[in-house]
Design a protein around this ligand. Structure first.
Ligand code: GTP
Ligand code: ZN
Length: 199
């Protein structure tokens, strides 16, 4: 399945999900036949497939599709990549930003591909910790860089709308590899650069 520009949905899955969402709406005490809800099960079926399309995408293939040989050794940072994911415990969103850095080792990748890799893993049922390390592992496999850092800051709606109901807590997760794991000066430089406001 591919969902790129023209959003194609698998017909069979859409039909089956539509029936199940109709049941869910009814079980929640609503009238699935009223006008405003008539098309909702199908909309949900499509929305949920969109938000889990990452299962059908391969991050390493995406990174490799714009991998260029380049002998630079300075850290590359893409920060503030917005992300929307879904917590695997409650299937409600968590959202925030990812900051990614790597130190090339003979190869660079297209900058947009780093943002695409965030989406590939964010558009699945996730926990923030796994999302963070999956991004790192994909970059490692494609580019084998001298160092990698991934930091994600996110707010979890399951902690805001329900449950503990805390509106202001932000969860930060990080994963480091190579120079960015072992060299504290390099890691500090990365952390300083992602916290700097360039606007
Ligand atoms: N580690 C981690 N936990 C998460 C993430 N998203 C949600 N959670 C937590 O998953 C936990 C599930 O705990 P349970 O006690 O099984 O579920 P619950 O009764 O709904 O918990 P409450 O949210 O405390 O009401 C909760 O503490 C959530 O805050 C995440 O990305 N990473
Ligand atoms: Zn949750």
């Amino acid at each position: 399945m591919a969902y790129h520009k023209s959003e194609h949905y698998d017909l069979e899955i859409t039909e089956e999900l539509t029936g199940k969402y109709k049941d869910i709406i009814t079980l929640l005490g609503e009238n699935a036949q009223r006008e405003g809800l008539l098309k909702t099960p199908e909309r949900m079926a499509k929305a949920m497939q969109f938000m889990t399309q990452g299962y059908h995408q391969d991050a390493v293939t995406i990174l490799n599709s714009a991998r260029f040989e380049e002998h630079v050794s300075e850290m590359v940072i893409v920060k503030d990549i917005e992300l929307y994911s879904m917590c695997e415990h409650h299937l409600v969103p968590f959202y925030g930003k990812a900051h990614i850095a790597y130190i090339p080792n003979g190869y660079i990748t297209g900058l947009s591909k780093l943002a695409r890799v965030v989406d590939v893993f964010a558009r699945r049922l996730q926990v923030q910790e796994r999302l963070t390390t999956q991004i790192l592992e994909a970059i490692k496999e494609s580019l084998n860089p001298m160092g990698i850092a991934v930091v994600i800051e996110a707010k979890h709606l399951c902690m805001m709308m329900r449950g503990v109901q805390k509106q202001n807590s932000v969860t930060t997760t990080s994963a480091f590899d190579g120079e960015l794991l072992n060299n504290s000066i390099t890691r500090s430089e990365f952390l300083k650069l992602i916290s700097a406001d360039l606007s």
